[in-house]
Design a protein around this ligand. Sequence first.
Ligand code: ADP
Ligand code: XUL
Length: 521
Amino acid sequence: MARYLGLDASTQSLSALVIDMDTGAVCANHSVGFGERLPQYHSPKGFLVHDDPRVRHSDPLMWVEALELLLEDLVKASVDLGSVRGVSGAGQQHGSVYLARSFDTVGAWSTERPLRDQVQPLLSRRTSPIWMDSATSVECAEIARAAGGDDRVVALTGSRAIERFTGPQIRKFYKDSPADWARTCEIHLVSSFMASLLTAHSAPIDLGDGAGMNLLDLGTGTWSPDLLDATAPGLKAKLRPPVSCTTRVGVVADFFVKKYGFSPDTPVIAFTGDNPSSLVGMGATRPGTAVISLGTSDTVFAAMAAPRTDPRGYGHVFGNPAGNFMALACFANGSLAREEIAHRFGLDWDAFADGILKRTRPGNRGNLLLPFFVPEITPRVPVPLVRWFGSEAFVDGHDPYAAARAVVEAQALSLRLYSRWIGEDMNPILVTGGASCNPGILRVLADVFQARIVPLQVSNSSALGGALRAAQAVGGTAWDELARRFSAPANHLAVKPDPATRAVYDEAGHELERRLNEILV
Ligand code: ADP
Ligand code: XUL
């Protein structure tokens, strides 16, 4: 029996998915939600609450504890981890973990103590800045200046110096906490941290996720000496050389063999970012298939036929795990903004969808919302900013259904506007993520993009991508064959565009752009 396990350490949960190559089935798909299962970390949405809306950190020990809980769940559900022939996985991108003692000094995890207690003494920094953090504008400017300007940073790394990217976060840590910086010997992304836990060794960062650090020279696939220098002194010694996404980085540690029944010597393949992994899970590693992911963040991404960067400076180029590159635009006000509206107006998700589908019309009678409840990445809005334009009832907050439509229309129009630079075909568009089961949201996306919107049969595309990457690297199955077998579209849930809405949304798109231009700096 050839089975492969994929993990995904995302913002709000840790997921595991097992595929069976003999039957072509997904034979396990489990998640541990951080807020619900680990309330002691005071992170209901996966991050620690902070007075400053720009500061977003998580406790890395929460991810460690979640790993043990998840594996326990799998064992309780009678998932035979001994039949797993390879493991890979993904992590929310950009987040970083700082160690005073390398994983390589661990030797072996003891089965006598929880993993969490063994990882804690390794840390040189108690919390991990994550992708939602935007407190490093000063450091971004310093890095860009030292490295020769924005254009040079883009040419080298595929992105401008970006607040949530790991390089600027590292620089801030070095400046704010020089003593802790001095005792840091190793820095991980969430992805390589999770792989290191599994192998009890220091796992290298892969090229897919490494591209989200403002440190990787995309042309050479190595850390850029100029950007290392521009970021922090001594940084080179704290990072292992990056590796390709298909690299075997070790075997599952004895701890997991003894406690959870993995077979000895089960290979672990380099973990990558959740978006690159999702590209694989969605079967979209070849150019020509765009994906919209509606998770905590909303993202639009696609494999690229030719390298291209965003002239506005918001978008990114990451490594495509199947080779070459992928383009991505990330929107911080994804699910959290939709939840804010649903919560504020007392709508559950069914009522939210109903309000869009049955009680309001495309264009929302001119009601328009700028829904930046948290600082926005695309377009760059550095502080929360919410503006209501339209009818009195809408502006005064007395029209729940118009509010539901307004947040989704603004998001869809923004996704369309700020993903044009990607230049790949946007019809059909595959959708994934927690909100991709909402028919109201899919209807608006179909009409705004004038494209067929297609969910997949399997949810958790990042974890699926982890399992597929393990199957490709360990079992040698080709990418196309894996996509054909495991990334099948759920055609019965697909939503077709209504051509009659095209003009309405062209007009609404111009109006949104006009309102944005009034506030963008
Ligand atoms: P992540 O991988 O970033 O942790 P997920 O892809 O699991 O996030 O998505 C979680 C989000 O999905 C939740 O924040 C929630 O708002 C949203 N969600 C779940 N169900 C629905 C639904 N029926 N309609 C809209 N949004 C939903
Ligand atoms: C991508 C990004 C987010 C995180 C969390 O650049 O910041 O999508 O990967 O999912």
